[in-house]
Write a protein that binds this ligand. Structure first.
Ligand code: HEM
Length: 508
């Protein structure tokens, strides 16, 4: 007892300044120890990367919140090579083999894991909401994927052709009306968003957002970009060790844009479910599971988001890149206008024959991938071999599209837009310095994009129809369109203003 009182009285006699100094010294000691550990003792110590990122999570978080992370990581690959330590426990790869090693099926792999699981920090930054196809664990994912796969099959796609073509035609009609013979420049980035959202909402909910009809944003679409920027900030906080703040913001209702989106989704979902079964659309498989209302709502939101923004971004990128390369635009225009006699001729089957069009889209997906990064996986216990490197269990690993698509190890002149790369066989391309398998815009393996076919159908139909119907010219204020954008795993697109002169009125 006496000893305890001695300690208490000793505590009372310590000055507040001494406490501050002690706390400071402890903090410095703590950070110094972590720094020394991360540089000299950490299992990833042999992997190259900038010192600031090897010792701390903050630089990555700071750049991500500012929309610069993926762009910066690409410059690190130029400096350090095909594998870079971009966070203390985080590696980025640009060797094409890493696609298979990270995202592919792992049959007979060490430890028995059939796939590298998604990193919760990225796939599920907030714990409360129900899981979706994008972040479900292995077993639930298989169940959701099965439920959805029929709606995305080739045969369903053919049945949905009428709906898809309806929106493509509406787009061309509206552009004709609104462009005033090319005098008025139109923001095609917005028009493509309207088209893809109208189309996918019809395929998911049986009801369009009516953006093309009203020539206006639906609040759902308007809230998307706000939520993307907000999500990037939350991810950056999570990554920098402030996950607790993110959970608190969510509890206090801070994810306002997301909850607004969810409200709209729920009301459209109610009307979709009231339509009953047998629509054979994208949502039919999930609609049968009427009992899990919240999960249905979240998955419907994911379908809309995943299916619209990506396709609209690729179409915007393709138009910009074509308008910045007149000789490529001329070749595509020649192919399209010599293949079809009218807009009605452009169908899923006929447009499949336009090989240069497909090459333009593939090169766009390489040059300006709609998803730049963020598909982070965790190496299972026991470690794994990735692109010839042994990586210890628990490490966060990824291939970033922007980096792998602009790596000089993978491409001859990676910053040149050259659809011709995709006009030859992979073997021939390799002889010319292009590793075609490095582009995996839709990822690969068990969690690859289920909407790949639909995306290509949409993009081919829209691009062919626009090129057929109009002569295009980039407005002066839309030069350097890609360089002016920020990137939060998806692009924060700036306006893409284009003059559209009906073909035949000008050159034809
Ligand atoms: C150019 C267009 C598109 C691109 C580049 C793209 C890309 C991707 C990528 C890279 C993934 C994997 C994400 C991950 O591993 O975390 C993915 C997943 C997914 N995409 Fe797409 N996508 C596109 C269009 C679409 C469309 C049109 C739809 C449907 C309407 C769609 C629905 C989905 C869904 C549901 C998933 C999750 C699949 C799963 O986890 O099993 N996507 N997409």
């Amino acid at each position: 007892m006496a000893a305890f009182e001695d300690i208490l009285s000793a505590g009372r006699s310590i000055s507040p300044w001494l406490c501050v100094v002690l706390a400071l010294a402890l903090t410095i000691f703590w950070h110094l120890s972590i720094t020394i550990y991360n540089v000299l003792l950490h299992p990833l110590r042999k992997f190259p990367g900038p010192l600031s990122q090897r010792i701390s999570w903050l630089p990555w978080g700071f750049r991500h919140a500012r929309g610069e992370q993926a762009l910066h990581t690409q410059t690190l690959h130029d400096r350090y090579g095909t594998v870079v330590r971009i966070g203390p426990n985080h590696l980025s790869f640009t060797d094409p083999q890493a696609w298979k090693d990270i995202y592919g099926h792992r049959i007979g792999a060490k430890g028995g894991a059939q796939e590298m699981s998604k990193c919760a920090l990225f796939a599920r930054p907030v714990r409360a909401p129900p899981t979706t196809i994008l972040n479900a664990d292995h077993d639930e994912h298989i169940m959701l994927r099965r439920a959805l796969s029929h709606g995305f099959s080739d045969s369903s796609m053919r049945q949905q052709e009428v709906i898809i073509v309806k929106y493509v035609k509406l787009l061309v009609e509206r552009l004709r009306e609104e462009s005033h013979g090319g005098q008025r420049a139109l923001n095609l980035a917005t028009w493509f968003n309207w088209t893809t959202f109208d189309l996918v909402s019809d395929l998911v909910f049986g009801e369009s957002f009516h953006c093309l009809e009203t020539v206006n944003y639906h609040p759902w679409v308007e809230n998307i970009m706000k939520s993307v920027r907000f999500h990037a900030l939350m991810l950056a906080l999570n990554y920098s060790g402030l996950g607790i703040v993110v959970q608190m913001i969510h509890k206090l209702g801070g994810f306002l844009a997301l909850s607004k989106i969810q409200e709209y989704t729920n009301s459209m979902l109610r009307s979709r479910l009231s339509m009953g079964k047998g629509r054979n659309d994208l949502f039919e498989g999930l609609a049968r599971k009427q009992e899990e209302w919240e999960k249905l709502g979240r998955n419907a939101t994911i379908l809309l988001l995943a299916g619209s923004e990506t396709t609209a971004t690729t179409l915007s990128g393709a138009v910009y890149l074509l308008l910045s390369h007149p000789e490529i635009l001329a070749r595509l225009t020649e192919e399209v206008r010599s293949s079809f006699n009218s807009l009605d001729d452009i169908t899923i089957t006929s447009v499949n024959r336009s090989s240069y069009l497909l090459a333009v889209l593939n090169e766009t997906l390489r040059f300006y991938p709609p998803l730049s990064s963020g598909m982070v996986r965790v190496v299972p216990p026991g470690g794994a071999e990735i692109a010839g490197h042994f990586v210890p269990g628990g490490t966060m690993v990824e291939v970033q599209h922007w980096s792998v698509n602009h790596s000089k190890e993978n491409w001859d002149e990676p910053w040149s837009f050259r659809p011709e790369r995709f006009m030859v066989s992979p073997e021939e391309a390799l002889k010319r310095g292009d590793k075609l398998e490095a582009v995996q815009a839709f990822s690969l393996g068990p969690r690859n994009c289920i909407g790949r076919n639909l995306a290509f159908v949409e993009m081919r139909l829209v691009l062919a129809s626009i090129i057929y119907a109009f002569d295009l010219k980039l407005a002066d204020d839309s030069q350097r369109w890609i360089e002016r954008q920020k990137n939060f795993n998806v692009w924060d697109r700036v306006p893409l203003n284009v003059h559209l002169v009906p073909a035949g009125q000008g050159s034809r």
